[in-house]
Design a protein around this ligand. Structure first.
Ligand code: NOJ
Length: 579
């Protein structure tokens, strides 16, 4: 049975052990607004519904701008809001210059961006141009005849040449990325679903169209683009055969194809360099070198990338903190001087942060959610925080396939059935990993549907909204929400957390992640207990007068053995100033 079924595209991108070590003398990286930002990601479909149709919308977000401002975040990343038939919840765009009907109108968008900018919040939008929807006018034209002027906007393989060499589709029921189309007796390529045909970046006309679209949004005042799946955009269009079994490591074959950097340089020249916008890539290639090539300032391509090997560590059976520490330390050292990274442990493609990396039992949900937030807010890089995680929202754990809304899991379930695999086991794993866990409606209050909608929500609300919701947490000074606010403010007031040198302490401790951040004479110690047990951190730093700055427990940890060891309570997070 295939073991690599669950959202394969989220699996680690097989980063080469580059042996890249942190330089001995680190200079402080150049200062930029997007390095200092805390990004709050909003999944519009599930955030707030204003008109009772059960689907979140732009007016809903507008009604919550003061809440977003109150978090202290400076950038919102909005998942796609463009016209779309919603095969993949907006990641299948049918008109890049229009707003999805479910979400509202362009006038709503203008009010949204004005409302954000008035509050000092920047807006980053998804740019989904590895593929479009099959309902995009370009594709309708392209499929209509072999000589249509849009034919080469996509990848076609004429059937008289025989079957094209195998390509793996992440979302297709059969995982076959070539779909036969009888209209012109040819196959088209789709790395994602059948309704998401891949665009042909070799075609300069297509590239010009994309830059035009980017300018359209940049002229409207947006502050950045998150390039969806872009590392897959460039292909070897001779479509050579890949070795048997390539699909288990398809990223090695798909990522960073020929001319990708040429396209990015062109995009930078044509659009990004002409505005004060940031560009962030989903995926960081197959090695540190790839990641640097995407983001190093002197290359004039993008500003940040996000790699998956941190987020992919969590497994239903648990994960090793030693592994976690090793991965984050390795990435930090590789980007200590050049380039810049995004920090995240959850997003709309993941299950909930506290359910995957923490402990969502009633006893430990709050401390572990706060501890994870402390981690993300004290590492080097730009933290991305997914809506609802600031409340400590948890996985819903659907039990039946009919509960799910995500096309990718429905298709995979069908695939598992077709190959006579154990579908019960599949559903069990999905309770932990499915993307729909992270897409249930935002829990605003204890009223009907958690205050998300007055209608029927497009996806069920997690029944725990009665006791996990923003209204309750507002009132509690020790809630996850209020702790998150404190943390964001703390990061803002301590640039050492953005730019400072990172050093791991107590490296072999399997329960504690301890590190310092240091810059311009200021040194901060972060102690994180990743376990449900009382434990001890042996940090071996000399603390003349350790000053506790922030903790997820109301009392400071008890020091043991002079000034070098600390007793930590379950999921305790404590920050000290050392200098
Ligand atoms: C990555 C997006 O984050 C995910 O939600 C989407 O399904 C795929 N790209 C395809 O666009």
């Amino acid at each position: 049975m295939k073991r690599y079924w669950l959202f394969l595209w989220l699996t680690p991108f097989f980063f080469a052990e580059s042996g890249c070590q942190g330089p001995v003398h680190e200079k402080t990286p150049d200062k930029k607004w997007w390095k200092e930002a805390v990004v709050y990601q909003i999944y519009p479909r599930s955030f707030k519904d204003s008109d009772g149709d059960g689907i979140g919308d732009l007016k809903g977000i507008i009604s919550k701008l003061d809440y977003i401002k109150s978090l202290g975040v400076d950038v919102v990343w909005l998942n796609p809001i463009y016209s779309s038939p919603n095969d993949d919840n907006g990641y299948d765009v049918s008109d890049y210059r229009n707003i999805m009907q479910d979400f509202g109108t362009m006038a709503d968008f203008d009010s949204l961006i004005n409302g954000m900018h008035r509050r000092g919040i920047k807006l980053v939008m998804d740019l989904v141009v590895n593929h479009s929807s099959d309902e995009h006018e370009w594709f309708k034209q392209s499929r209509s005849s072999r000589t249509n002027r849009y034919r080469n906007y996509y990848h076609w393989w004429n059937a008289e040449r025989g079957k094209p060499p195998s390509r793996y589709s992440l979302f297709d029921v059969n995982h076959d990325a070539w779909r036969y189309d009888s209209v012109t007796n040819a196959y088209y390529l789709h790395y994602f679903s059948r309704k998401q045909p891949d665009l042909n970046w070799e075609n300069p006309d297509l590239r010009k169209e994309v830059y035009g679209i980017m300018k359209f949004w940049a002229d409207k005042g947006i502050d950045g683009f998150r390039l969806d799946a872009f590392q897959f955009a460039a292909k070897d269009t001779s479509f050579p055969a890949f070795p048997e079994g390539y699909e288990k490591k398809f990223q090695l074959y798909y990522a960073m194809g020929p001319h990708l950097h040429d396209y990015l340089k062109e995009m930078n020249h044509e659009v990004l360099s002409r505005y004060d916008v940031m560009g962030v890539a989903e995926g960081a290639g197959n090695s540190f070198e790839d990641a640097h090539d995407l983001v190093d300032a002197d290359r004039n391509e993008l500003n940040m990338a996000y790699a998956f090997d941190g987020v992919d560590i969590a497994k239903p059976e648990g994960y090793s903190l030693l592994h976690f520490k090793e991965v984050f330390s390795r990435w930090d050292s590789a980007f200590a001087v050049n380039g810049w990274l995004s920090l995240f442990l959850s997003n709309h493609d993941q299950a909930r942060l506290v359910s995957r990396f923490g402990n969502d039992s009633p006893e430990f949900r709050e401390p572990s959610a706060k501890m994870l937030a402390t981690f993300l807010m004290t590492m080097r890089g730009t933290p991305y925080y997914y809506n609802g995680d600031e409340l400590g929202m948890t996985n819903i754990r659907f039990t039946k396939i009919t509960d799910y809304r995500d096309m990718s899991i429905k298709n995979e379930y069908q695939h598992q059935k077709d190959i006579h695999a154990d579908t019960l086991q599949f559903l069990e794993r999905a309770k932990f990993a499915s993307r729909d866990n992270g897409r249930t409606p935002f829990q605003w209050d204890g009223g009907p549907n958690a205050g998300f909608t007055t209608g029927i929500p497009w996806i069920p609300v997690n029944p725990n909204y009665m006791y996990i919701n923003a209204a309750l947490e507002e009132k509690n000074p020790n809630s996850c929400l209020n702790y998150f606010r404190k943390l964001v403010l703390f990061r803002k007031n301590n640039p050492v957390l953005v730019y400072g040198k990172y050093e791991m302490l107590d490296k072999d401790n399997p329960q504690v992640y301890a590190y310092t951040r240091e810059m311009e004479g200021k040194k901060i110690l972060v102690l994180l207990n990743f376990s449900a047990k009382n434990t001890r951190a042996d940090v071996k730093v000399s603390l003349a007068d350790p000053k506790p700055l922030l903790s997820n427990y109301s009392e400071n940890p008890t020091e043991v053995s002079g000034h070098s060891g600390f007793a930590l309570r379950p999921y305790e997070a404590t920050i000290f100033q050392l200098q």
